[in-house]
Design a protein around this ligand. Structure first.
Ligand SMILES: Cc1ncc(COP(=O)(O)O)c(C=O)c1O
Length: 388
């Protein structure tokens, strides 16, 4: 069987600083192989090859509930949880059930590019709100909400990546989370909390989730094993009110196709229940922190003082702001000639020109040597463009 040699969009022989994938060497494939053998030898393995329970693997649901209790002191019951085929599935499912064409939603500026793609597919009216180093600017959200209310266009939901945001790496502060919860209650919109990077943190504590702050009301919180185990397993979860979970579990898609990926969910459930989870995640955090530190050092050494960047405390990404006279399009053209690729800032904005001087670098995927040399090349090109 001929397999595609590189993941989505990666050009062989290049330095793909755009790729928000886990590095191949951080994917625990030998452990998964051992678990596969164990699952395979279970007497009733054949059931995993049939349609699964609509809510998803029960063992995994129980692990996830217990973990929320242990790591966040958050009580989540079985009826508040369902297994899904990754966070992307969740964003698509929520959009399908909560909105119709022409409805308004709120997003950050910048926000996760692929989620914007899903929202555009659904023909939504995207209203973006600026962020700064503390995350969403609450006054701007407040003003926008008043304006939308006066035009009878109240938003259905606010989509947010609260921890180590894709693309900026910024974490939304506790005070602002609380302010957003207050606004959501005042104006009646839901919060879609795409919390995929929570476990990849280089600090001990994170602010409470929107779900915790709101008491679970009108918050739909997504998680995934893509960043901690492997995206190819396509397993994630949704935490929401029992009513919402029931509605989704009874939806046409799940009634027709059954619950998400029963076979890989069984493998993930065995991994989690085997006691390997904590050690694995601690190891991963160290590995990604090493990469983050390496990228920040390389940026310090390579960039002119007119270039600014974020210093994320977790996740996969660093966000760069270019000198005023250098555009991301020019940099993209020149960097490509050196086989260095990054994610242009333009894709992360509802109004692409707002990202004309920004780019996202991912430190998760490429080897350390490529991370250093790719950033050194970008630094040289930026200096050259700036000095024209
Ligand atoms: C914010 C965000 N949400 C969702 C995803 C995709 O998650 P999954 O693989 O669980 O669909 C990503 C992956 O890059 C992401 O950055």
């Amino acid at each position: 069987m001929a397999l595609q040699p590189t993941p989505q969009g990666v050009v062989a022989g290049s330095i793909p600083l755009f790729a928000g994938h886990p590095a191949h060497e951080l994917l625990p494939i030998s452990t998964v192989r051992a678990l596969l053998d164990a699952v395979w030898s279970e007497p009733d393995v054949v059931r995993l090859f049939n349609y699964g329970d609509e809510q998803g693997n029960r063992q995994l649901i129980d692990f996830l509930a217990a973990r929320r209790q242990r790591s966040e002191k958050l009580t989540v019951c079985r009826e508040n949880l369902m297994i899904i085929g990754g966070s992307t599935w969740g964003v698509e499912m929520i959009t399908h059930h909560l909105t119709g064409p022409g409805d308004t939603i709120l997003v950050d500026a910048p926000s996760y590019r692929d989620a914007l793609h899903i929202f555009r597919d659904a023909k939504l009216d995207l209203q973006s709100i600026s962020i700064d180093a503390g995350g969403l600017i609450v006054d701007e959200m407040d003003r926008r909400l008043r304006d939308l209310a006066s035009r009878q266009r109240p938003p259905k939901f606010y989509y947010v990546v609260p921890n180590f945001q894709n693309p900026t790496g910024i974490t939304l502060s506790r005070e602002r989370r609380q302010a957003v919860v207050d606004l959501s209650q005042k104006y009646g919109f839901a919060i879609v909390e795409d919390d995929v990077y929570r476990d990849i943190r280089f600090v001990d504590d994170l602010p409470p989730s929107f779900y915790a702050l709101s008491g679970g009301e009108k918050v739909l919180r997504l998680g995934t094993f893509s960043k901690t185990l492997a995206p190819g397993l396509r397993i994630g979860w949704l935490i929401a009110s029992a009513e919402t979970v029931k509605r989704f579990v009874n939806s046409g898609m799940l009634r027709m196709g059954g619950g998400a990926n029963p076979f890989t969910a069984a493998i993930v459930a065995d991994f989690c229940s085997s006691g390997r989870w904590d050690g694995h995640v601690a190891w991963l955090r160290d590995q990604y922190k090493l990469r983050r530190d390496c990228a920040l050092e390389a940026l310090d050494a390579a960039m002119p003082s007119s270039t600014k960047w974020t210093k994320p405390e977790g996740g996969y990404f660093i966000w760069l702001q270019l000198p005023a006279n250098v555009t991301v399009d020019e940099l993209e053209r020149e960097a490509k000639a050196h086989h260095v690729y990054f994610a242009s800032g333009k894709g992360f904005f509802v109004h692409p020109e707002d990202g004309a001087h920004h780019l996202r670098l991912s430190f998760s995927y490429v080897p350390l040597e490529d991370l250093k040399s790719g950033i050194a090349i970008l630094g040289r090109v930026i200096k050259k463009l700036e000095g024209r």
